[in-house]
Design a protein around this ligand. Structure first.
Ligand code: ADP
Ligand code: ASP
Ligand code: MG
Length: 455
C-alpha cells in the first residue's frame, strides 16, 4: 500500500483535481490510500468564520459560509457535468455539510463564545467537503473509491486544536478501517488534518497537519511509501517563494527533513517525519503540477551524503531574555525556568546561556504573557520582538570546514542576536532583525549554493 497526500493547491479547482485523480489512477496497482487537504484557502476562510462567530458577527460568518458552499457546488458541477448522478450525490453531500456547519455557526453566534472544541468542528469542515467531492469524482471517473472518516482512525489526546496523536490507538484502528473501505474498491480516500479523541470528540492536528495525517496512516498500514504531493518540485535548497535559483534536493535524511520542517520550511508539517522514521518508510515530496519530476526522497541517514542541504527560516520569532544573578552557581534554576514554559505549553526553539542570562527563542504565534509574568517573579525578563531565525541544515555540518565563515560573511554588517548549533550537527541557527531577513536568506543561499567559486 502507498499513502498519497494532496495539499490545498493540488485540489484547488477542477483542473488541479483532474491532475490529482490521474496521478492516483497511475498508481492503482500499489493500492493507494488518498489523503486530501481542504481546497486552497478554505481552511483560512473557516478560521475567519469561527472568528466572526465568536463575536456574534453572524452576517459576515454566513456570507463566507455561503461563498464556500457555492465554490464547492461549482466544483462538483465542473468535475462531474457528464455524470449527473454522481454530481447530484456530491452536491447533496456539500449541502448537507454546509447546512450542519450553518446550524453550528448560528449556535456559536447566539452564544458569542467559541470553545476550542467548537473551533475544531468548524475548521475541519474543509477536508470533509474536499474528500467527499473528490471521492464522488473518482467514482464518477471509474476509480471505485471507498470513503473513510479520519475521525475513526486518527486518535489524539484532548487538545482540540493541536491533537497529540495516540500512536497505539491509531495503529490499532487504521488497518481495519482501511481494509473494510477497500472491499470491492480500487482506492480509498480520507481527510487530512482531521482527528478525534478516543471518545469521538472532534480534534485537529494543527495547521498544515494533513502531511502528519498521511505519515500516521502510512505508519499504521506499514505503507511501502508515503507521497506528499504539493505545488513545488520537491524539497528545495530554500523556500522558492522567498529565494530565487533554489535547487531541488534529490535525497535528504529523515533528520535533515525534520529539522528543516521544524525550523520553518512549510513544505512539510514539522511532525511528519517521526511516524515514518519509526517504520523506516521513505517519504517522497512531489509536484502535482509536474508529476513526471523526480521530486525529493527522504530516507535513512546512512543513504545520505554529508553537507549543507538547505536554508530555512522562521520569519517572526521572539527572543525571551531572562536575567538573574541567582542563576550563578545555583542548581535547579534551569529546571524552574523550563517548567514555566512547559506548564504554559510554550515550546522553545533555540536556547543559549551565559553566567547570569538565558535567552530562548519562541514562535511569535505562541502566547507568552503568562510565561513572562511567572518568570518575572524571580528574574528580569526582556522580550525582543521583530526577530527572525535562520537555520542552515545539513548532515554533519560540523565537518564542513569554513561553514561559519561562509554563513556569516554575507552578514558581516548585520547584528546577530543568538547562535546555536545542536549536538546532532544537523542545524546551525541564528537570530537576526526581521527587517533584514529576506536579504540575509538570499545572500546566504547565494553564497552557499549559487556562487560555486566561494564553495
Ligand atoms: P500544501 O498545500 O501542498 O501542503 P504548502 O503550502 O503547505 O503546500 O507547502 C508548500 C510550500 O512550502 C511551497 O509552495 C513553498 O513555498 C514552501 N516551502 C518553504 N520552504 C521550502 C523548501 N525548502 N522547499 C520547498 N518548498 C518550501
Ligand atoms: N487544511 C489544513 C490547513 O490549511 C491542513 C493542511 O492543509 O495540511 O492548515
Ligand atoms: Mg502543507
Amino acid at each position: 500500500m502507498i499513502v498519497m497526500k494532496f495539499g490545498g493547491t493540488s485540489v484547488a479547482n477542477s483542473e488541479a483535481i483532474t491532475r490529482t485523480i490521474s496521478i492516483v489512477r497511475s498508481k492503482l496497482s500499489q493500492k493507494p490510500i488518498v489523503v486530501v487537504s481542504a481546497l486552497s484557502k478554505v481552511t483560512d476562510t473557516l478560521y475567519k468564520i469561527s472568528d466572526h462567530a465568536s463575536v456574534k458577527n453572524k452576517m459576515d460568518a454566513m456570507e463566507l459560509l455561503e461563498q464556500l458552499r457555492s465554490r464547492h457546488i461549482g466544483l462538483a458541477h465542473d468535475l462531474m457535468s457528464e455524470t449527473p448522478s454522481f454530481c447530484h450525490q456530491a452536491c447533496e453531500k456539500v449541502n448537507s455539510i454546509c447546512d450542519s456547519l450553518s446550524s453550528f455557526v448560528s449556535a456559536v453566534c447566539a452564544l458569542g463564545e467559541l470553545s476550542d472544541r467548537s473551533k475544531a468542528v468548524i475548521i475541519s469542515t474543509g477536508e470533509y467537503l474536499s474528500s467527499n467531492i473528490i471521492c464522488c469524482a473518482m467514482n464518477a471517473w471509474g476509480i471505485k473509491t471507498g470513503y473513510m472518516d479520519a475521525r475513526k482512525m486518527i486518535i489524539t489526546g484532548n487538545d482540540y486544536l493541536k491533537g497529540e496523536p495516540d500512536s497505539e490507538a491509531i495503529q490499532a484502528r487504521v488497518p481495519g478501517v482501511v481494509s473494510s473501505a477497500y472491499e470491492g474498491n480500487d482506492a480509498v480516500i480520507t481527510q487530512g488534518f482531521v482527528s478525534a479523541t478516543a471518545d469521538g470528540e472532534p480534534t485537529v492536528l494543527g495547521r498544515g497537519g494533513s502531511d502528519y495525517s498521511a505519515s500516521l496512516i502510512g505508519m499504521a498500514v506499514d505503507a511501502s511509501v508515503i507521497e506528499i504531493w504539493t505545488d513545488v518540485d520537491g524539497v528545495r535548497t530554500a523556500d522558492p517563494r522567498k529565494v530565487e535559483n533554489t535547487r531541488c534536493i534529490e535525497r535528504i535524511s529523515f533528520e535533515e527533513a525534520a529539522e528543516m520542517a521544524h525550523f520553518g520550511a512549510k513544505v512539510l508539517h514539522p511532525l511528519t517525519i517521526e511516524p515514518a522514521v519509526n517504520k523506516n518508510i521513505p517519504i517522497y515530496v512531489l509536484n502535482s503540477m509536474n508529476p513526471e519530476g523526480k521530486g525529493t526522497v527522504i530516507l535513512q541517514s546512512s543513504f545520505i551524503d554529508d553537507g549543507v542541504k538547505s536554508v530555512s527560516f522562521k520569519e517572526n520569532i521572539l527572543v525571551i531574555n531572562i536575567f538573574s544573578t541567582k542563576m550563578i552557581n545555583t542548581s535547579g534554576f534551569l529546571k524552574k525556568v523550563f517548567e514555566i514554559f512547559s506548564v504554559n505549553k510554550v515550546s522553545v526553539d533555540l536556547i543559549s546561556t551565559s553566567e547570569a542570562n538565558i535567552s530562548v527563542t519562541v514562535d511569535s504565534s505562541q502566547n507568552i504573557e503568562r510565561v513572562v509574568e511567572q518568570l518575572s517573579a524571580f528574574a528580569d525578563v526582556y522580550v525582543d520582538r521583530d526577530k527572525s531565525q535562520i537555520s542552515i541544515i545539513g548532515k554533519n555540518i560540523i565537518n564542513l570546514k569554513g561553514l561559519l565563515q561562509k554563513a556569516f560573511t554575507p552578514l558581516a554588517d548585520c547584528r546577530i542576536y543568538m547562535i546555536s548549533q545542536g549536538a546532532s550537527y544537523v542545524n546551525l541557527s541564528f537570530v537576526v532583525d526581521r527587517s533584514i531577513l529576506t536579504d540575509a536568506v538570499r545572500q546566504i543561499h547565494k553564497y552557499l549554493f549559487e556562487d560555486e567559486s566561494s564553495n
